[in-house]
Design a binder for this molecule. Structure first.
Ligand code: NZQ
Ligand code: ZN
Length: 385
């Protein structure tokens, strides 16, 4: 097992009506708030009104930036940071899913410095401070509510990349499972895929950490036991809560401690599909993961089999891959390019973009020939048992 430091500075407030304390929590950071949200779901489901009521009670000045898109872009981050600078805001409040919170993280870093969001993302600028960030999560998937990562897209340079910096842990994150009642069946399924993928990226990373492996198995089992039931009843509070907690736990450090690193090759490949076709993040992962495992099955057969035994009760790498693919399919998440609406004639463009972006895993290396193989597998005819 590798050495590690366990420190997660985010206070996570989880459960029914936790946002009743949002106002008093925000009040300790100042009087001027930059509220960041997406394309309007929070106005339809009433969350916006609840948040505004909290802010009204503490008498703060609120500046808004809305319209953050799924697969968020740096232009929005820079534009929001301008508003923050102009009004000298004290705190950023993100209300939304991963795209909104990730954007808010980089907004919080960009406001107190003279650099653009992208210069920060590609490490050309090294900000020394961030203004405090508070989040209200409305979609269970990414784990961003309790981690130091953000993923943004640069449409000019054709890149979608992740960035990590301890300064961007949210100070507080509020998770009321009832706030996810209005998430569509589709996005609920993509969130379940995403949380499983995060646990697996860590599992297939480098280093031997048996307890972290067991956390991975437990999280995947939780998703398998309660995910399908949730898709049958999107308004079930208890099921929403179980999936929400699993999603946070998959990427808040728990599955990573004691390893050198996670792998993240599957995410790297998936980001290219989002970049080119604006595909939802979780949907790209249910297509990429089975293909990546097929590529890796002769390179790390024992590891894949161990996963299969622990979570699907099957023997061997082939059966494990089939079981994972079958589970994704049962959720209604695509497992081939066709399901993402990506036609065969895009194959070359995809491969070229993956090569250009040097997609790779931190542990299991991917060569150019591997990219061709893995993309071929994503276009292959779906297997049936
Ligand atoms: O635009 P709004 O109105 O917010 O609507 C969103 C969006 O259309 C909607 N939605 C969110 N909460 C809702 C809701 N609709 C109804 N009711 C609610 N309560 O759902 C759609 C998708 O939202 P988005 O935020 O894009 O989804 P998600 O949370 O899956 O975030 C995806 C982004 O996170 C990045 C991904 O790459 C992608 O850009 N990731 C971030 C990570 C991190 N920071 O640690 C790790 C992940 O691997 C991932 O890469
Ligand atoms: Zn992800």
């Amino acid at each position: 097992m590798e050495n590690f430091t366990m420190h997660n500075p985010t206070s996570l407030h989880f459960g029914r009506n936790v946002t009743d304390d949002l106002g008093k929590t925000i009040a300790q950071y100042g009087k001027k708030i930059l509220l960041v949200y997406g394309k309007g779901s929070i106005k339809k489901n009433g969350i916006y009104d609840q948040v505004m009521e909290q802010l009204k009670q503490i008498g703060v000045e609120v500046f808004e930036y809305s319209g953050i898109k799924p697969n968020p872009i740096t232009e929005d981050v820079d534009a929001a940071a301008e508003i923050g600078k102009k009004h000298n805001v004290d705190v950023v409040l993100a209300v939304g899913g991963g795209s909104v919170i990730d954007s808010a993280k980089i907004i919080a870093l960009t406001i107190p410095c003279e650099h653009s969001a992208w210069r920060i993302m590609i490490n050309l600028a090294k900000p020394e401070k961030a203004i405090p960030l508070v989040s209200v999560l409305t979609l269970a998937a990414t784990g961003t509510e309790m981690n130091p990562f953000a993923v943004l897209q640069n449409v000019q340079t054709h890149k979608k990349i992740g960035y990590g910096n301890p300064l961007i842990y949210p100070k507080h994150s509020f998770l009321d499972p009832a706030f996810t009642f209005s998430v569509s069946r589709e996005y609920t399924a993509y969130g379940i895929v995403d949380l499983i993928a995060h646990a697996l990226e860590n599992y297939f990373g480098k280093g031997d950490a048996s307890l972290s492996d067991r956390f991975v198995f437990a999280i995947v089992r939780e998703a398998m036991d309660y995910g399908p039931a949730l898709l049958d009843d999107l308004q079930d509070y208890d099921l929403r809560a179980r999936i929400m907690y699993a999603a946070t736990s998959a990427l808040n450090g728990l599955t990573a401690y004691g390893r050198v690193s996670g792998d993240w090759g599957v995410h790297d490949l998936g980001h290219i599909l989002s970049l080119l076709f604006d595909s939802p993040h979780g949907a790209t992962l249910s297509v990429v993961y089975p293909a990546w495992l097929k590529l890796m099955k002769d390179r790390t057969p024992e590891r894949i089999s161990e996963l299969g035994k622990a979570v699907f009760n099957v023997n061997g790498a082939d059966r494990t891959i089939l079981a994972l693919e079958g589970f994704f399919k049962s959720l209604g998440s695509p497992v081939r390019m066709e399901g993402l609406g990506i036609p065969q004639n895009k194959k070359k463009e995809i491969i070229d973009m993956m090569v250009q972006n040097k997609v790779n895993g931190a542990h299991h290396k991917i060569e150019k020939e591997d990219i061709e193989t893995v993309v071929g597998l994503m276009f292959a005819k779906a297997q049936t048992e």
